[in-house]
Each structure stands twice: as C-alpha cells, then as structure tokens.
Ligand binder design. Structure first.
Ligand SMILES: [Zn+2]
Length: 195
C-alpha cells in the first residue's frame, strides 16, 4: 500500500460514517498495516510535512479505526498506536484555533477551533478497552481523526470563515488562501463526486 491508495476530496466516502469493528480479525490487522504503510509512504514524498495519523476511511475502508504516530517529532520513528472504535468521552480545557492539514485534502490548511483536552475510549489490538487523556496537539489529532470516522473533514468546521484557509508554499510556509477564488465555491472541497 502506498500514498496513492489514500483517497482525497471530492471522494464521497470521506463524508460517510464508518462502521464499528466488533473483533480484531486478520482483515482488520491488514487494514491497519496498510494504513501505516500508506502514511509513511506519503510522508516520504513530502518535504515539509509529517504524516501524524490516519483514519481507515482515508484508504477507502469504512471502519472505525485510527492510527496515530508514537512520536510525530521524529520522522524516523515509524511506530503507531492503534485506536479501534475511538470515542471522545469528555471535552475539557478551552477551545483554541491552530493549523490543521489532512492527507485527504490536497494543499489546503485551516485554522480550526478544537478543545485543548479530550478523554478518549477505544479498543486496542488485543481486543480490550483502554482510555487515554490527550492534551494540546494530540488532543487536536484525536478530534480530527475521530471526525473522519464520522464522515467529517476538518474544512467542514470552518467552511464560511474567509480568513481560516491557508496553502503551503514551496518553501514550506503557510500563506493565506484566496478564499473567493480557491475555497468558497470549489466543488472539489464541498461537493462529493467520484473523480
Ligand atoms: Zn485528516
């Protein structure tokens, strides 16, 4: 599995709800291995970005599975933690805006409001339930990825906010997008369609 297996907008599946996973079968293990391989391959092709996490829908599998890098400050650490049927049980902290991008939304970044602290419940690879409390950037990642399992893409939170959209320049900096020309009525972003 490679970065080319990652689906991007306007694919309609990105706005579909994923199904709950009942058992960790070999099929699910294969989906997880594919998700990790696709994320690492995507990252290898990007100069200025890190692939921090992926939801199964992004490789066209409507299953409630999310993988998150164990150390997203270290590109050489290719270990992930797997969260099956992840669910936010409590929102805490404050709501803050910060930049987000997505492997399924090409070249669009956004300033998205998220809670600074969340409590998450999930099933692990061993089939057992576990809980984590996440703060800061990790809390943001959980909210972004769990949104994917519910068919929500980060841009859906900021659709009408003219000053919330950015693009990555060749030198790796974020520059404000031209909202009227590139975002507002861009069918790629807002209208689901196959190719
Ligand atoms: Zn995403």
């Amino acid at each position: 599995m490679t970065k080319d297996d990652i689906i991007t907008l306007p694919k309609p599946r990105l706005r579909a709800r994923s199904q709950k996973v009942t058992f960790v079968t070999p099929e699910i293990e294969k989906v997880i291995a594919d998700m990790e391989a696709a994320t690492i391959d995507w990252e290898a092709s990007r100069k200025h970005e890190v692939g921090v996490a992926l939801a199964a829908v992004q490789i066209d599998q409507l299953k409630r599975v999310v993988v998150i890098r164990d150390d997203f400050n270290d590109k050489d650490n290719h270990n992930f933690t797997v969260f099956i049927n992840p669910e936010i049980t409590k929102y805490e902290g404050t709501v803050e805006k910060d930049y987000e991008g997505c492997l399924s939304v090409k070249n669009v970044y956004g300033l998205v409001p998220r809670h600074t602290k969340v409590r998450v419940k999930a099933m692990g690879l061993d089939g057992k339930e576990f809980r984590v409390t996440a703060e800061g950037f990790l809390a943001r990642i959980f909210q972004h990825e769990i949104d994917h399992t519910n068919g929500i893409v980060f841009i859906d939170h900021i659709r009408d906010q003219e000053d919330a959209f950015f693009t990555l320049t060749d030198s790796g900096e974020l520059a404000a997008s031209n909202y009227a020309a590139e975002i507002k009525d861009n069918p790629e972003l807002w209208e689901s369609s196959e190719d």
